[in-house]
Structure formats: structure tokens, C-alpha cells
Design a protein around this ligand. Structure first.
Ligand code: SAH
Length: 445
């Protein structure tokens, strides 16, 4: 079997990062090795995102840059993976990008493994085993991290819920990642154990509506998120557990109490509001009002003291008036959340919004609204972080960047500090000496 070199380019959400890592793991199990650049690789994979037009445009740019690779001899295999492909017929993409050899839906490395097997580029038995893993989306025994990350990766993502069945009117994800499916708890626990055995200290459980974990199964037939967290909590070696993204309607007291009760589960909740105006929320089909969200934030803070809360917001949704935008602005100012990711609306193919609501907020106006919210939030976070000055925070060290160690607090704040010894993977007490909106700097206690 010829040994090949692979290169994977990833854009988009945490789920894509997890999918790419899994593909890399499968390729290495087949005996292949990573290449530093696409130009040096025999297998080139683009793992794509189309959640907004901006991401999609980046993918097209990168795709075009790969075209010249195909004039090389021997030609590399070029594969397109992720949400640009989705679960759709790839024929139109094939026509537009004839230099792409194969198209893979999100979270499924099987098509590439099949392709390599058909061409005699992998050993048949090993390919079969890897394909089986791909179908189950879970590597039961011994999920092996790519070699370069073994013993080095501190924080890893574990997808626990694939797809989404909610269909917010702006969102393309349900059309590309298919309906919601919970992975079996036993598989997730096995994966977490395997990761811990390879040095991983923190896991982040992923799902589009992660607080719905298990709800897609027939009642009573499996664990819900609380039960899963309890099982994962028992795993030796893991020191922190996170989960994202939650939907307000599925976040309940049971789950919040589990966050408060279970030591390893971090006090950090990512729960997007998307808008602060009830009419906009209704047209987004989010299923709650601004007041519902207010009450939820109060409840989260009541049950989980010292919690940090992150949110996502879309500005310039079709029909969003100045007044409606102001409601979002006021809500964000009132709630003083710990993080907000602000996105300008872009129409996505197939979605209800793209088909029925004209994209009528001009680009400059979207940008103006985005900036207003960004500035507001930067001020809020700067004030929140400045209260940490002189305090001691616990940092899980993930690595070194520009000569300084970096890691995050339980509440997901980025912290930099200097130290002589390698502290990667350790929980380190750090006294905060400087604070800004995006990070903290401190000294080891
Ligand atoms: N499932 C999560 C995250 C979905 S995608 C949720 O419940 O919201 C991540 C973020 O991208 C979303 O929270 C939303 O703020 C943003 N987003 C999704 N579709 C978008 C679109 N068409 N235009 C702009 N932003 C969008």
C-alpha cells in the first residue's frame, strides 16, 4: 500500500474542527501522514462552512487556488467536505469545480476512505474498519488522535448531537447537516475515555441544540444531557467539561443544577438570543420572546452563581427596523453578558427567510448595527474583566503563543502569562495583573 500525505483545510464551526480531526485520525490509521501544505500533499481535503456568505466566499477562493495542483503528476486527490456539500446531489458542484474528485457530507469520512480503497490506495481490511467507524460516527475502541496531537492536545471537541431539526428561518444548517441525531451515550463516553488516555484534559460536547441531547430518541430509551454529563464526570484525567450550543427553550433547571453540582462542568453557558425584538424573533422562528430570554438569564445566574453567559446575535435580519434593532441593543446593554458574537445577516439558499423575506437592510446599515453592538459589548466585557484585576483565576494551560503561555478560565476567559517551565495541560492559579475586553494577563501564584 502506498503511503500518502494528507492536508486538511478547515473553516467554520467547532463541529468542523472535530470532523477534520476525525478524518485525520482515520487517514493516519490507514498509514498516511500529514503534509505541511496542500502543495506537498497527495490527498487534499477542504472542510467547508456556508453559514454565512462570507464563509462560503472564502471556500470558493480556496477552491480556486487548488486548481493548479491538478496539473502536477501524480495528481493529488482533492476532496470537498462539510456544509458546502451537505446531503445534496453533488452534480452542480462537480460541474462548477471539475478539479474536485469527490464530495463528502459533513461528519462522514467514509466517501474518501471508499474512494481510496477503490483505487487500491488503502489496504482493504483497514479501509473497511475505518468506514464502519465513519458510519457510526464514533470510534468505539481507541479513538486515536492524529499523531502530532497525541499527548499535546489539551482541549478536544466531541460531537454528541449531529444535524438539527429546528429550522430557524435564517439558518442553512438543517439543510446541510440533516436531521437531528443523538449519538449513543456509550460511544461518547468511550471516545471521551480514549481522549483522556491520550492526555486530553478538557472536552467540549457539541450539538446545534446541545441541550436537546437524547430528546430525539423515543422517550425513556437513553440518557439526556444531564445523565451524559454525570457519566463523563467520572472519567479520570478529565478536569473540565463544557457543552455548546444551547437553545433557550431546552435549557432547564435540571441541566443548570447539574452544571452547579458537577465540579468538572464549567460555569459557562452559550445560549444564543439572536435578536431582542419579539417580532424579529417570531420571524426567525426562534420560539421565545425577549422576556423569556431575560427570565432565562436570571434563572441561569440564580442557579449557577459566577456563571458566564455567551450569546449570538444577527443584525439586519429582513425587515429589521431601526426600532427593532434598538430593542436588541437595549437587551444586550441590560443583560451584560460575558460574550456576544454579532453577525450580519446573509440570505442562505433553501431557507425560509431567503425564499420569503427580501434582504432589505442595506449592507452599510448592517455593518453600522454590527459595530454598534460590538462596541457596546466590548465596553461591557472590559468592565466585567476589570473586576478580575488582582484576583486569582484558575487557568487550564493549552499552549504557548508568542512567548507566553495561554489558557482559559472555567468561565472561558482567555488568559496569558509567562512561566519558565512547560505547564501545558495543567491547572494553574494565576493572579490577574491586566485586563482588556478580549483577554487577561497575569502571573502564576
Ligand atoms: N445552532 C446554533 C448555532 C448556529 S450557527 C444556534 O442555535 O443558533 C452559529 C451562528 O451563526 C448562529 O447563532 C447565528 O447567530 C449565525 N447565523 C446563522 N445563520 C446566519 C445567517 N443566515 N446570517 C447571519 N448569521 C447567521
Amino acid at each position: 500500500m502506498p503511503k500518502m500525505r494528507y492536508y486538511i483545510w478547515t473553516i467554520g464551526c467547532q463541529m468542523n474542527i472535530a470532523d477534520s480531526r476525525r478524518l485525520a485520525s482515520a487517514l493516519e490509521r490507514l498509514g498516511h501522514a500529514p503534509a505541511p501544505r496542500a502543495e506537498d500533499a497527495d490527498i487534499v481535503v477542504l472542510n467547508t462552512c456556508v453559514v454565512r456568505q462570507q464563509a462560503e466566499d472564502k471556500v470558493y477562493g480556496r477552491l480556486s487556488s487548488l486548481k493548479p495542483l491538478k496539473s502536477r503528476r501524480p495528481e493529488p486527490v482533492v476532496a470537498l467536505m462539510g456544509c458546502l456539500v451537505g446531503n445534496r446531489d453533488p452534480a452542480p458542484l462537480q460541474k462548477r469545480f471539475p478539479w474536485v474528485d469527490l464530495f463528502m457530507p459533513p461528519s462522514d469520512p467514509a466517501p474518501l476512505l471508499d474512494y481510496l480503497a477503490e483505487r487500491g490506495l488503502v489496504d482493504e481490511d483497514r479501509a473497511l474498519a475505518a468506514r464502519e467507524d465513519g458510519r457510526r460516527y464514533g470510534i468505539q475502541d481507541g479513538f486515536l488522535l492524529p499523531r502530532a496531537e497525541r499527548g499535546r492536545l489539551v482541549s478536544a471537541y466531541i460531537p454528541i448531537l449531529l444535524g438539527c431539526s429546528h429550522a430557524c428561518t435564517y439558518c442553512v444548517i438543517p439543510y446541510r447537516r440533516g436531521p437531528e441525531r443523538s449519538r449513543p451515550a456509550a460511544e461518547i463516553v468511550a471516545e471521551a475515555r480514549a481522549l483522556a488516555a491520550q492526555g486530553v484534559r478538557e472536552i467540549t460536547l457539541l450539538g446545534q441544540i446541545v441541550d436537546r441531547y437524547g430528546e430525539d430518541r423515543v422517550a425513556g430509551s437513553g440518557l439526556r444531557l444531564v445523565g451524559l454529563l454525570e457519566q463523563l464526570h467520572e472519567i479520570e484525567g478529565l478536569v473540565r467539561i463544557r457543552f455548546l450550543t444551547s437553545h433557550p427553550n431546552w435549557m432547564n433547571d435540571d441541566l443548570l443544577r447539574a452544571v452547579a453540582r458537577l465540579d468538572k462542568v464549567c460555569e459557562h453557558i452559550e445560549v444564543p438570543v439572536q435578536a431582542g425584538d419579539d417580532e424579529v424573533l417570531a420571524r426567525m422562528r426562534r420560539g421565545y420572546t425577549a422576556d423569556d430570554y431575560r427570565r432565562l438569564v436570571a434563572r441561569i445566574r440564580e442557579i449557577v452563581p459566577s456563571v458566564s453567559i455567551a450569546t449570538d446575535i444577527i443584525v439586519g435580519f429582513p425587515g429589521e427596523s431601526e426600532e427593532q434593532f434598538q430593542h436588541t441593543y437595549d437587551l444586550l446593554a441590560e443583560l451584560r453578558l460575558d460574550k456576544a458574537h454579532i453577525a450580519r445577516y446573509s440570505p442562505r439558499p433553501q431557507t425560509v427567510a431567503a425564499r420569503h423575506y427580501p434582504d432589505d437592510v442595506p449592507a452599510e446599515e448592517k455593518e453600522r448595527r454590527r459595530k454598534l453592538l460590538d462596541d457596546l459589548q466590548a465596553g461591557i466585557v472590559a468592565a466585567i474583566n476589570s473586576r478580575l484585576l488582582g484576583q486569582r483565576v484558575e487557568v487550564l494551560v493549552e499552549g504557548k503563543r508568542k512567548g507566553r503561555w495561554w489558557g482559559r478560565t472555567r468561565t472561558d476567559r482567555l488568559v496569558f502569562f509567562t512561566a519558565a517551565q512547560d505547564l501545558t495541560g495543567q491547572l494553574v492559579p494565576v493572579r490577574v495583573t491586566w485586563s482588556g475586553p478580549w483577554s487577561l494577563v497575569g502571573e502564576v501564584e
